[in-house]
Design a protein around this ligand. Structure first.
Ligand code: AMP
Length: 142
């Protein structure tokens, strides 16, 4: 497996060199909206420490990302009135991974609404900003 590339786009977001629509942050993880959501509220959860994917991440960092993914899933159920949640995580190119800093997709689902195909639809900045505000408020409320 190739080494971690510190110039990947999520590493730049983590360093504050690129913007994101932040949903949640603590000392070990950051969560922000996917700008090409497969459904409204599609969120990515990342460990702050460098890790390419599930194959090199320290188990404690992976466990923390899972905890944050659960928080976001619960917040999306209440704040967005979702009917379900799809969680996805891809590893290496053949496994479907495009950005090589570990991330977990948390995708709120509505009954009867299929997910959009990956990278098909770029959401409007205003809609992303509003969604981030909604999810962040729900997370803050616990
Ligand atoms: P994958 O590596 O296959 O899990 O996919 C990477 C995901 O990152 C895709 O769903 C993209 O839409 C998303 N993505 C790419 N660039 C950005 C960005 N700058 N901000 C938020 N999401 C992004």
């Amino acid at each position: 497996m190739p080494a971690y590339d510190p110039n990947n786009i999520f590493a730049k977001i983590l360093r504050g060199e690129l913007p994101c629509y932040k949903v949640y942050e603590d000392d070990k993880a950051l969560a922000f909206l996917d700008i090409m959501p497969r459904a409204p509220g599609h969120t990515l959860v990342l460990p702050k420490a460098p890790a390419r994917n599930i194959l090199d991440v320290p188990p404690d960092d992976l466990a923390h990302v899972a905890k944050v993914a659960q928080k976001i899933a619960k917040a999306a159920m209440t704040a967005l009135g979702a009917d379900g949640i799809t969680v996805q995580q891809f590893n290496e190119g053949p496994g479907g991974q495009v950005v090589f800093h570990l991330h977990v997709h948390v995708i709120p689902r509505m009954a009867g609404v299929p997910m959009k195909p990956p990278a098909e639809f770029k959401e409007k900045p205003e809609a992303l900003a509003e969604m981030a505000k909604t999810l962040m408020a729900a997370l803050a409320a616990g």
